[in-house]
Design a protein around this ligand. Sequence first.
Ligand code: FES
Length: 224
Amino acid sequence: MSLQPRPIFGTQGDVTTKNGAQSWFYTDVVKDHFFHPRNFMHEDAVESDYNAIGKVGSPACGDELRVWMKVDPVTEKIIEFRWKTFGCGSAIASTSMASVIVTENGGMTLENARKLKPMDIMDRLGGLPARKFHCSVLCDKALRDAINDYYRRTQQFDKIIAEAARLIDPVAKVTDHDIEEAVLDGAQTLEAVQQKTKVGIGNPGCLPAVEELIRFYREKYFGT
Ligand code: FES
């Protein structure tokens, strides 16, 4: 079974590997958002004008994303969403699209924005190359971080959802987040995840938990 998250529309590879064995396709929507990013944070913008900030880094590639939100304190709708990234073209296109989705039609409420999934962003982009899927997860995570930040600032602590890492293999020091990143990076099987993380090699007792996590993240991100 393939981990291709969504069909990629296009007839020609935009990027081809050196030996020509693989081509990656970027949709017109992806290109449009890459060349004309929406809601980019301006250089002269004032951070204190925003009442929620989110930040996330990607262990898969080392890139980073920051987002700034203006949330209406009465309706708790996102009325402005700005961002900046040290990330690739797919991260730029995904975050640009996410910024449109959460602010269109008067803005999403924080509770609805929290339900936004990387798949929803992918659908609006018309797909991304499988190896670039983790880039769309970056903005999803930064959005969640900003939502938590808003609830923290407004002292609605019961609404904060912490995403602390859980240690799955104390020998290899592998957490559930490491397994999540491996799946996002294309590892489809236990063997592939082990190759990337070394999970369970010195501690086979944790393997049932690892397999369960692989199933969970495949279902969450790829619907397989
Ligand atoms: S965000 Fe790092 S490769 Fe796309």
